[in-house]
Design a protein. Structure first.
Length: 181
């Protein structure tokens, strides 16, 4: 599939580049990418503005699409593994990226990119938590004594050895086997 095909006939494309750890089990996949991707649910509002959203996994399709299915994600999912050098144009693979593209006929232009904290644009949870009196409750926040905060040794996207968003899927009986026999 070409980058033009991913646009699904629309003018604009938002692509999230999902970090992937080849051959690793579901609990060891990127908790940050899982956190952000889990919050992309309904795409009709984006589509109504002539924009397509897609996830470009940086790992192999067969393995990563099983993770996508396990998580119950319904957005378009592609492996960009063989095209990362071209798509990331000198940027380092293995980081999460959010990249926007414009299509004019058969030409594609990259119009915006961000990584790390800039990817929070996909996030609703932090935005909502930031409205509350206690905020995100993270150890790095400067909060008054007695305010709840996560311990410094606790990861904000992971609990009991897994990305937090995996637990409801496991509790519902979904298999997280990424390499079925």
């Amino acid at each position: 599939m070409t980058l033009l095909d991913v646009f699904e006939g629309r003018r604009l494309l938002i692509a999230y580049y999902f970090m992937w750890h080849d051959g690793r089990p579901a609990p060891e996949q990127c908790e940050g990418c899982t956190f952000f991707t889990t919050q992309v649910c309904e795409l009709s509002h984006i589509h109504s503005r002539d924009v397509t959203y897609a996830t470009f996994c940086q790992g192999p399709y067969d393995e990563s699409v099983r993770y996508c299915d396990f998580m119950g994600w319904e957005m378009p999912w592609y492996s960009a593994q063989d095209s990362l050098d071209t798509l990331l144009a000198g940027r380092r693979a293995g980081l999460m990226y959010l990249i926007c593209y414009l299509r004019r006929g058969a030409e594609v232009f990259e119009t915006y990119w961000t990584t790390r904290r800039g990817v929070e644009a996909m996030d609703n949870s932090y935005r909502l938590l930031d409205l509350t009196v206690y905020g995100r409750q993270e150890a790095w926040e400067d909060s008054p004594d007695g305010w709840p905060q996560q311990p410094e040794d606790q990861h904000p996207f992971r609990t009991d050895g897994r990305p937090i968003a995996q637990w409801p899927r496991l509790n519902a009986g979904y298999s997280d086997d990424l390499n079925p026999a």
